[in-house]
Design a protein around this ligand. Structure first.
Ligand code: UD1
Length: 424
């Protein structure tokens, strides 16, 4: 198991490129299953979740080549229609194959993903959507078994108790693309990854309007054709780098990113006194002194993303006063708090909120990431902490950040990866 060793206290400076968006690639890979033939995806980040999804597509019968951030997915006329527990338990987004398999073959069997460290994460909205399109759903032996020889367009309301769902919106949209008639998705998620998947489906021949608004209309078509699609830049990676620059008191420019996808993050950083200059596809961040505290409520896009909450908390822990973060999307997304406390942070959890009292100094310590974004927050906190921080279990980080230690090193951080053989 790998770990990072960080020597804190260096300001970041220089230019870096954002990678392609993991959360756009995963549904895009599943969308390839909707059309027999060879689809091409470019700007694909080489991260573990993408490699897991690749294994799943190969198990289903596709041929997938992946080199230099370019992926070709060869989809045969027939596919296996089962996503096994062994893969789904490693990555929840495996459920993205449900919609395409059901739409193309009239059946799909996908393992239930189970919970994860940030919350229960049910998939009831995905299933509600498929049922609305006419599928019969059964849960048997830990698997969702969906049958529906010809899906039919319908009106689907996708709001749950926690609000809108990115995954359910995309899954239902993919299934509806091949359904007979018109589907109306109400309370659709607005995330850029929903829009990028819709654009990919449109280039494959789908008839979709309203992506990026709460009501989407999908007129089903008889078949889709393969296409070539460039992945959008990863807004969460770019935002994490912006926060890394801010906590280090440095100045960096991120190229190949989409500041228009980062509105809430830019606004929050500016309110904290960080200078942010946004261009068309680049952003420069400069912070020469301690940031000011702010209060922040996490919300679906275009609100402040839950996937940036831990990293933002790491920054708030160094601010000149009291900040409050209220998490509204995942009930258990404060697992990083005790680890940040190990680095000297002063944080109290009160229900859905964390009250963060900024401290001027923090000190390095061994810490452990509990999930992908929590690990990013610990790396960010380690850049500031005086002395040595050891971030264990970086496999969480490797799920979604491409060569992050190399990127941070290029920006001047003192960080190295240490490979530790597994204990037997
Ligand atoms: C996606 C992102 C994840 C991000 C999340 C919220 C991917 C691969 N993952 O996850 O990084 O943190 O959006 O921005 O893109 N919910 C239900 N029933 C459902 C589905 C979701 O109650 O059927 C709840 C969830 O538990 C959560 C909320 O709805 O509380 C939002 O989840 P959702 O948008 O679906 O997250 P994902 O698509 O799984």
């Amino acid at each position: 198991m790998d770990k990072f060793i960080i020597q804190g206290g260096r300001s970041l400076s220089g230019m870096i490129r954002a990678s392609g968006a993991k959360n756009a690639v995963l549904p895009a890979m599943a969308a390839c299953l909707l059309a027999p033939g060879r689809s091409v995806l470019t700007n694909v980040p080489n991260v573990m979740d993408v490699r897991t999804m690749r294994r799943l597509l190969v198990r289903l019968g596709a041929k997938v080549d992946f080199e230099d951030n370019r992926m070709t997915v060869d989809v045969p006329e027939k596919l296996k229609c089962e996503a096994e527990y062994e893969i789904v338990k490693q990555m929840r987004a495996s459920y993205y194959v449900l919609g395409p398999l059901l739409a193309r073959f009239g059946r799909a069997k996908v393992s239930l993903p189970g919970g994860c460290s940030i919350g229960a994460r049910p998939i009831d909205l995905h299933l509600k959507g498929m049922e609305a399109l006419g599928a019969k759903i059964q849960i048997l032996h830990g698997y969702v078994e969906a049958q529906g020889r010809q899906l039919k367009g319908a009106r689907v309301l996708l709001a749950g108790t926690h609000g809108v769902s990115v995954g359910a919106t995309i899954n239902v949209m993919m299934a509806a693309a091949l359904a007979k008639g018109i589907t109306l998705i109400e309370s659709a998620a607005l995330e850029p990854e929903v829009v990028s998947t819709a654009q990919m489906l449109i280039s494959m021949g789908a008839d979709i309007t309203g992506a990026g608004t709460p009501v989407m209309t999908i007129a089903g078509v008889d078949g889709l054709r393969p296409a070539e699609t460039r992945m959008i830049p990863d807004r969460i990676e770019a935002g994490s780098l912006m926060i890394a620059a801010a906590i280090s008191g440095g100045c960096i420019t991120i190229e190949d990113c989409r500041p228009d996808h980062l509105g809430a993050v830019i606004e929050a950083l500016r309110a904290m006194g960080v200078k942010v200059a946004a261009g068309d596809e680049m952003v420069t961040v400069e912070a020469r002194r301690r940031v000011k505290p702010i209060d922040l409520t996490i919300a679906p896009y275009p609100g402040f993303p839950t996937d940036m909450q831990p990293q933002m908390m790491a920054l708030m822990a160094t601010a000149t006063g009291l900040s409050v973060i209220t998490e509204t999307i995942f009930e258990n997304r404060f697992m990083h708090v005790p680890e940040l406390q190990r680095l000297g942070a002063d944080i109290k959890i009160e229900g859905k909120s964390a009250v963060i009292k900024g401290v001027p100094e923090s000190t390095g310590a061994p810490v452990m990431g509990s999930d992908l974004r929590a690990s990013a927050a610990l790396v960010i906190a380690g850049l500031k902490a005086e002395g040595k921080t050891e971030v264990n279990r970086v496999y969480h980080l490797d799920r979604g950040y491409e060569r992050w230690e190399r990127k941070l090193k290029k920006l001047g951080a003192k960080i190295r990866r240490v490979h530790e053989p597994m204990a037997v």
